[in-house]
Design a protein around this ligand. Structure first.
Ligand SMILES: C[C@@H](N)C(=O)N[C@H](C)C(=O)O
Ligand SMILES: [Zn+2]
Length: 226
């Protein structure tokens, strides 16, 4: 009886990947990947809990929609580059613990890079980090545009620059950066992705395959292979 309850509990909590998840690389290897939470170049300064490999895992409909968007962008001389995809709940819990800690002297360089004008304690209330994130449901991506050479495209701010300037429609962002944000939003929107107004890089594919489940299996390709 205990074993049955345990298995049911695991499935209900999303501790195992369902068959509907896939590795983006297997759907479209041309989409570039720079999975920041698997390494040190992120606002926490270290690899985040649950990121065992720097791989983009997604529910299959979201991965296929990204592939369609990539086809449109390649014709225009751009490629997508994903920074984050499926995010285990344990990683979100790590973010929440981090957001509740005080910045110390050792955090100043990272603060300058990622949240110079917003207090760490405001990052959750101001909408830059979620306590229950759409990323854990498997249909959300953090993504930008790059040129085919891999050169970065000007988006007005960098990925995970937590600041009102990163709000997609911030009126201070003009010219090429504004046009690039709009191109990303238009092309992804054309394939069913909805943008988060606080972050030009954050998009959720709708309808979501798993709208009510916050998964917690690790980020590793073996987790989503049959
Ligand atoms: C942390 C940032 N990349 C992000 O994804 N923020 C949204 C609000 C989230 O945590 O779901
Ligand atoms: Zn995001």
């Amino acid at each position: 009886m205990t074993a049955v309850v345990g298995v049911v509990g695991l499935l209900a909590g999303g501790a195992a990947a369902p068959p509907g998840f896939t590795a983006l690389r297997e759907v479209d290897p041309s989409i570039r990947q720079d999975i920041r939470y698997a390494g040190e170049r992120n606002f926490t300064g270290g690899a985040v809990d649950g990121y065992e490999e720097p791989e983009c895992l997604l529910a299959r409909p979201a991965a296929e929609a990204l592939r369609r968007a990539q086809r449109v962008l390649l014709r225009r001389g751009y490629s997508l580059r994903v920074y984050d995809c499926y995010r285990p709940q344990r990683a979100v819990d790590r973010f929440v613990r981090w957001a509740g800690e005080e910045d110390g002297p050792q955090d100043m360089a990272r603060k300058a890079e990622f949240y110079p004008r917003v207090e760490r304690g405001r990052l959750i209330p101001d909408g830059y980090i979620a306590e229950k994130s759409g990323h854990s449901r498997g249909s959300t991506v953090d993504v930008t545009l790059v040129e085919l050479s891999g050169r970065e495209v000007d988006m007005g701010t960098a990925f995970d620059f937590f600041d009102p300037l990163s709000h997609t429609d911030d009126p201070r962002v003009t010219g090429a950066a504004r046009a690039n944000r709009q191109l990303l939003k238009r092309v992804l929107g054309g394939q069913g992705f909805v943008n988060l107004p606080e972050e030009w890089w954050h998009f959720t594919y709708r309808p979501e395959a798993y709208p009510d489940t916050y998964f917690d299996f690790p980020v590793a390709v073996a987790e989503v292979r049959p």
